[in-house]
Design a protein around this ligand. Structure first.
Ligand SMILES: [Zn+2]
Length: 129
């Protein structure tokens, strides 16, 4: 059903390469953040002598670090998928409806898999996959 007359327009190669660079930079900085988070996790887990208040604080810190790194891990995943789409030529199109995505949106969130409309559906849990 997806083979309609609406032929997707491919993004110019120089734009693809620009987005590839943006994605690689973001990926590098996220990976560095994750490495930092991991060493902070080790530090908080490394204290042998703690009273109860300290323990509460560090378990809160750990939870915060975990939630932070979950987000980062998710973004890294999206970045990898976006890099894959640059390679296979589908980059710049919504993964749900196939519409050509707004360049402003891609500049702000180069790893966004969906157009604004589909993103809204995804956030409401109305999008499958
Ligand atoms: Zn869409």
């Amino acid at each position: 059903m997806a083979t309609t007359s609406a032929r997707p327009v491919k993004m110019p190669k120089k734009d693809l390469e620009r987005f590839r660079r943006l994605l690689m930079e973001k990926k590098a900085s996220l990976s560095a953040d994750l490495a930092k988070t991991r060493s902070a996790e080790e530090e908080t887990g490394d204290e042998a002598t703690q009273d109860i208040a300290d323990k509460a604080v560090s378990s809160y810190t750990r939870e915060f670090l975990y939630s932070l790194s979950d987000n980062d891990r998710n973004t890294l995943l999206l970045i990898d998928q976006a890099l894959g789409r640059i390679d296979d030529g589908s980059y710049g199109h919504c993964q749900n409806c196939g519409v050509t995505m707004n360049e402003k949106r891609l500049n702000a969130v180069p790893w966004a898999p969906h157009c604004v409309d589909c993103q809204e559906l995804a956030e409401k849990g109305l999008l499958e996959g």
